[in-house]
Design a protein. Sequence first.
Length: 118
Amino acid sequence: MPEDLTHAQRVAARAALVALESDLRTVLGDERSNTVELDQTAVGRVSRVDALQQQQMALAEQRRAGLRLAAVRRALDRLNDDPEEFGICAACGEPIGIGRLRALPEATLCVPCQSRRE
């Protein structure tokens, strides 16, 4: 069974969340998702299709980044509002575990509860 987080682990989690927030903001500022405008006289149809596919992939990445950024902000709020409760599973009330929080600092569920949910 995982143990409650130490103060140092909460400090490290906060730093990881802040860094992740910055990275996600960078992804959300990416201009690859802008409208694709190609000169059809200079660029072939295949190139346009490829550009549109790249655009859709960039949009999907931005949607995922937006959702994760919201989760990161909620995690930072939890950490600021009640540091002692950060890292506690929202479903069962047990500690989430430092390994999971290092991999996914915005996690709200422990591994067993997340597995049951999936």
